[in-house]
Design a protein around this ligand. Sequence first.
Ligand code: BES
Ligand code: MN
Ligand code: ZN
Length: 491
Amino acid sequence: MKFHSESLNVTQKTDCLVVGIYENAEFSVNAEKVDQATAHYLSDLLKSGDFKGKLAETLLVHTPNQPFTRLLLVGCGKKAPLNETQYKKIIKAVVQTLKSTTAQHIHLLLNDIEIKDRNEYWAVRFAIESISEALYDYDEFKSTKAEPTQLAKFCFNSENLAETEKAIQHAQAVALGVKFAKNVANCPPNVCNPAYLAELAKGLDSEYSQISTTIVDETQMAELKMNSYLAVSRGSENPAYMSIIEYKNAPNPDAKPIVLVGKGLTFDSGGISIKPSAAMDEMKYDMGGAASVYGTMKAVAELQLPINVIGVLAGCENMPDGKAYRPGDILTTMSGKTVEVLNTDAEGRLVLCDALTYVERFEPECVIDIATLTGACVVGLGHVNTGLISKDDQFVDQLLNASKQAHDYTWRLPMNEEYQDDLKSNFADLANVGSRAGGAITAGIFLSNFTENYTWAHLDIAGTAWQSGAAKGATGRPVPLLTQFLINKAQ
Ligand code: BES
Ligand code: MN
Ligand code: ZN
């Protein structure tokens, strides 16, 4: 798909001209221009009253005597600045309608639609991200593939070409990162296993000169004393692999890297503390953190950001087996701290604690782990906000700011030291689970015991990495948030 911005004129040739109409047939600025240029064709069209201008309502008409072959009216609701979600709905409705046509070249005259507290840069960015979202389809494993879209080019009307060109560049990278993350996450667990994640990580190395990937296998993990990570993997026939994707492009090559660590449980059965069978298939998404790190590395490499970033995909599978780790086991983690396993389904933190100790060697500027870590986070925040845990207020501000900018919602959870008491064990330094109360927080608190040597934040994406039900599928979150955070860091 091509995106382009220019100062558009309603008299230019195009397969489809798209304009916004508010409720009660109120014209947007561009609709007014179309009306003038077409001897009030638009006014006449609206006289029937069929088109109400309700948010995301569409009306597609063929316009034989005009320079544009089709005119697509899209409803913008009441005439007032829209919020981001409303704006994205409009764009998606436009794409849904255009999908069923043979139109290839589209002129979007929607730059007059105001989004509250957002400039043209963001209007273009969200438009492209939404177009990509609306065109996404995962049919890798279907015999009958979806018809490829005829849509080939979207032109944005703009007077501020420098800003909109930057928006196009950023949006395409974010959209690509989201798409890559979705594709990996949607991939079934009999295909997407830890070795598969490692192959993807190596693929980035081949594709980009700034990326070098190294794979840590189980033998190396044993040498490194990553016993906690290995314990989780022990019940699986699919060996664990931890992929280290190093992107080096800072002007100062010795600049400290920003490290992203993604939980990559390619399937989480719960292990011996096995999960109930309902919706267990969705535990293929337990590698959503790793998928988002992969997608973000892709976006960063596409943008050639002048920073150093290291992405870690902590690949592993949690299965019950004769060799599997059990409740009651005491593990000596890479850090030397011992952990009593009370529940083998709290495996993410056991994989992450060793991965988080491992990354100390990079002397990171900061570390963010991204994990589908707790059902408790879903109970607390639902499917709207990602949970954020960190002790560092300044770091939290940076992440919350990127989250707001990217429209990828995140909410901070508390982490007072008193929560530590919940993880006391009679037999080891720590237990791997606490009581049910505050489960998302105690999971973060558990990890905080292994991240004392650097600036750290934890993102719990259990509620936001995928959707269930009829629209079951990966969301690609929080690639927009992470990419925005890194774009900000590069400035
Ligand atoms: N991967 C799950 C968390 C999860 C559950 C994410 C449901 C999304 C939906 C994680 O490994 C897990 O099983 N966590 C347990 C922890 C508990 C045993 C303390 C949970 O949340 O139930
Ligand atoms: Mn689990
Ligand atoms: Zn899990």
